[in-house]
Design a binder for this molecule. Structure first.
Ligand code: PLP
Length: 425
């Protein structure tokens, strides 16, 4: 692992109060992709909220798995299979420690956050929900935390209710209080909004939901890369996130659940790995987590996921959070001089996401012009169409800051936006 902390940088440079400050240049050297040029300009990657780049440590761990001990897991008696199984299960342990789960058995590997939420909806939802039961979600949810509940609306007749947000992008907690009733069976809420950056008061939400007898599913996709997560302190019933947002590979994520709840849930898929005994008359199932992991899992991806968690831990979430908070504050301040630009999402507590629209210039034009300058931002509805409707926009442009971004890159971004303003003003 490269040296990522340096005593030479001053806290002021990094925005951190720590004596050992965060050395972003050392971090950048770990990400081979960042050295390239796009359209003859240095790549400025401001799209980590969609998917983060991977450090060499993750790539090396995955290469090593393929080159040195690749084999199928769990079923094999031979040495390679046992080594692969040990690494695979060690990754599960790392995930458990990353979110302070009481046990790694409560961390189910899935294809990602989307699949994790679908497992809860199709397994827990179909077993425990009845017509007229209510699910409460917020107005800022990603489609991954909307559409699975629509399925249950169609299949069972549940009611989906929406916690509104104000013009800044903060949840309306008074409305939440009045929407929460004895009919509410589950509250599904994002920890941090992918389109606004709002950090939601999930601990408060969970306490209130539990008082009303409802479970809570937290979509932690955008929180996992930025903030420390403690599922026990939160008392979350379900917590989900994806590896590719925490500098790990795609194709793998996690569904954390409380053990008694997971054990009460039927498997959502059948096949190898998840069974105990199978006859032609019927099957019995393994205990958690395997009961929810039918078929050959994403073995090497799990190992890469574990390596990504090691990488984040080596830097320290507090350094990451401070670095990104510094970048966001710097960027928000810098864009305030661009008169045609309007930030969408000015919540009291925000993580490193800057969503905006500009007079005259469509977000797709903004994205294209920035790309010509080597700057990668996301434009569109960010899989949050209802949220776009709430703000009366069809799309926004979104810059999202990660562990490897610098103030120089923010300067390049702001300069490109000034160019957009000149072109469309
Ligand atoms: N939830 C949030 C808040 C997200 O930002 C995303 C991805 O952008 C998802 C869910 C879906 O994650 P995935 O596509 O990795 O399943």
């Amino acid at each position: 692992m490269s040296v990522v902390l340096s005593a030479h940088d001053t806290p002021a440079q990094s925005g951190s109060n720590s004596i050992l400050a965060f050395d972003v240049e050392a971090v950048r050297r770990d990400f081979p992709i960042l050295t390239q040029q796009i359209h003859g300009k240095p790549l400025v990657y401001l799209d980590s909220a969609a998917s983060a780049q991977k450090p060499r440590q993750v790539l090396d761990a995955m290469n090593e798995a393929h080159e040195c001990y690749y084999s199928n897991v769990h079923r094999g008696i031979h040495s390679l299979s046992q080594t692969a199984t040990d690494h695979f299960e060690a990754a599960r342990e790392k995930v458990a420690r990353f979110i302070n789960a009481p046990s790694s058995d409560q961390c189910i590997f899935t294809r990602g956050a989307t699949e994790s939420i679908n497992v809860v909806a199709s397994s827990w939802g179909r077993k425990f929900l009845r017509e007229g039961d209510e699910i409460l979600i917020s107005a800022m949810e990603h489609h991954a935390n909307i559409v699975p509940w629509h399925f249950l609306k169609e299949q069972i007749g549940i009611t989906l209710k929406i916690i509104p947000i104000d013009d800044n992008g903060d949840l309306d907690m008074e409305a939440f209080d009045s929407l929460l009733t004895e009919r509410t069976k589950l509250v599904g809420v994002t920890h941090i909004s992918n389109a606004l950056g709002t950090i939601n008061p999930v601990r408060d939400i969970i306490r209130k939901a539990h008082d009303a007898g409802a479970l809570v599913l937290v979509d932690g996709c955008q929180a996992a890369p930025h903030a420390p997560i403690d599922v026990q302190e939160l008392d979350a019933d379900f917590y989900v996130f994806s590896s590719h947002k925490v500098y790990g590979p795609t194709g793998i994520g996690v569904l954390y659940g409380k053990a008694d709840i997971l054990r009460d849930m039927p498997p959502h898929q059948g096949g190898g790995e998840m069974i105990d005994i199978v006859t032609f008359e019927g099957s019995t199932y393994k205990d958690i987590p395997h009961r929810f992991e039918a078929g050959t899992p994403a073995i090497v991806e799990a190992i890469g996921f574990g390596a990504a968690i090691d990488y984040i831990n080596a830097i320290g979430k507090e350094h990451i959070a401070a670095h990104e908070a510094g970048l966001l504050a710097y960027a928000q301040d810098a864009v305030s001089s661009i008169k045609s630009l309007r930030i969408i999402g000015q919540a009291r507590e925000k993580a490193s996401i800057l969503s905006f629209v500009m007079d005259e210039a469509h977000p797709h034009d903004i994205g294209t012009i920035l790309d010509r300058r080597g700057i990668a931002v996301r434009v569109g509805h960010h899989c949050a169409q209802p949220l776009m409707q709430r703000f009366n926009v069809s799309a926004t442009a979104r810059a999202s800051f990660g562990i490897y971004n610098t103030r120089t890159e923010v300067d390049a971004f702001v300069e490109a936006l000034e160019k957009v303003q000149d072109l469309f003003g």
